[in-house]
Design a protein around this ligand. Structure first.
Ligand SMILES: Cc1ncc(COP(=O)(O)O)c(C=O)c1O
Length: 402
């Protein structure tokens, strides 16, 4: 008789801390979809699910690269033309002390590599709360503790500087700053950036500046890169094609390392070791980077026009709906309303999927101050779809919490 293995294969215990609420909710939605209901997805930040298209000249550039045989492995840091284009982008962002540039499979991989190259067991990293869950997932994988600092809802979701200062320990190695922010849509003030940079100087920290939404500032205020105002501080600025250039499925991201050369050198050697170990990022898609960054930017005004209209509609609904209040998002495509309900926001969100077939993400999936409840809306869908989703959410709030 053939031998069959009967003992369970256990997953690594460090994965107990890996949560990715945005996709984890999919299990509830799958059940509802199996019953024949169509789900309104206000949960995933993928513009291509809605009325946004990748610019045609970028698609043509990738197609051409494939036809011309750029289908083998690429250099580990990325192809030369694309790296030069990213250096040009760094200069446009005002970053003057660039020490290295590298291309990865999405910002997700930039984060993975940059954190793995820095952190030892026992170290900690300051991450925003609420945060984009990728950071806590990568830290859990590395067995490194999360050291969350609050964003201040009363201050338009700016980082809570006092909390940040309080949380720095001798083993703190860096600060993650998501600007524009996911999930709140806030944009950091220049004064706040300068204060955070000063903390990094005092405590010898690396700043991870996740600026993946830097061209999606809804009201056309300028975006200030923290690396531009702190040229001496070690900063890795993250960017990519997923959001600004509407190509999330291509998995193209990058890191721009800046600061004093002698200070950042050993860390950059560590990053490059890991870049070599995973061979390279997707090759043909890298040929879209130069056309994206240096070619026509015509899609941006249209994208921002849609985002402005959909953000305004969202804010109007929040203002008119009992139990809901919201700080107006200024960048990206997320709103993070607070809800005044007598039960957990996770329960509310699960009910919303089951009863009204609308999917948002609960605040507890991003982390939040104790005693507060929120949910995150992705306001990418068109006005008609958003209006039906908001009507359904309002109905559930009324029916459930009279
Ligand atoms: C703040 C933030 N950083 C990084 C990512 C991941 O981006 P990528 O598609 O480049 O991996 C996302 C995706 O939603 C994000 O919101």
């Amino acid at each position: 008789m053939p031998l069959t293995q009967s003992r369970e294969i256990a997953a690594a215990s460090r994965l107990e801390h890996v949560r990715y609420a945005i996709r984890d909710l999919a299990c509830v939605a799958d059940e509802v979809a199996k019953q024949g209901h169509k789900i309104l997805p206000l949960n995933i930040g993928d513009p291509l699910t809605f009325d946004f298209q990748t610019p045609a000249h970028m698609i043509e550039a990738v197609h051409k690269a494939m036809r011309e045989g750029k289908n083998g492995y690429a250099p580990s840091s990325g192809v030369k033309g694309a790296l030069n284009a990213i250096r040009g982008e760094a200069a446009r962002k005002g970053i003057t002390t660039v020490q290295d540039v590298f291309i990865t499979s999405g910002v997700s991989e930039t984060v993975d590599i940059c954190l793995a190259a820095l952190l030892n067991p026992g170290d900690n990293l300051l991450t925003p709360c609420p945060d984009y869950p990728l950071y806590s997932a990568v830290l859990a994988k590395l067995g490194v503790s999360l050291n969350a600092y609050y964003l201040n809802e009363e201050d338009g979701w700016q980082p809570d500087l006092d909390d940040l200062k309080k949380k720095i320990t001798p083993r703190t190695r860096g600060i993650v700053l998501i600007n524009p922010n996911n999930p709140t849509g806030s944009v950091c003030t220049k004064k706040m950036l300068a204060q955070i940079a000063e903390l990094a100087r005092q405590h010898n920290l690396v700043i991870f500046a996740d600026e993946i939404y830097d061209k999606l500032i809804i009201d056309d205020d300028p975006h200030v890169a923290i690396a531009a105002i702190a040229p001496d501080v070690p900063v890795i600025t993250f960017g990519g094609l997923s959001k600004n250039y509407l190509a999330p499925g291509w998995r193209i991201g990058w890191g721009i390392a800046s600061g004093e050369a002698s200070v950042i050198k050993p860390y950059l050697e560590g990053i490059n070791k890991l870049l070599r170990a995973r061979l390279c990022a997707n090759h043909p898609e890298q040929y879209a980077i130069r056309p994206a960054l240096e070619g026509p930017q015509d899609h941006l005004p249209e994208v921002k026009r849609k985002l402005r209209s959909r953000r305004d509609l969202t804010m109007k609904w929040c203002a008119e709906t009992p139990r809901v209040s919201c700080v107006a998002p200024r960048g990206a495509f997320y709103a993070y309303p607070s809800i005044d309900i007598p039960e957990g926001d996770d329960v509310f969100v699960a009910e919303l999927i089951c009863q009204k077939h609308v999917m948002v993400v609960h605040g507890s999936g991003f982390g939040q101050r104790p005693g507060t409840q929120h949910f995150r809306i992705v306001f990418l869908p068109d006005e008609k779809t958003l209006t039906s989703a908001y009507t359904a959410i309002g109905d559930l709030l009324r029916e459930r919490y009279r």
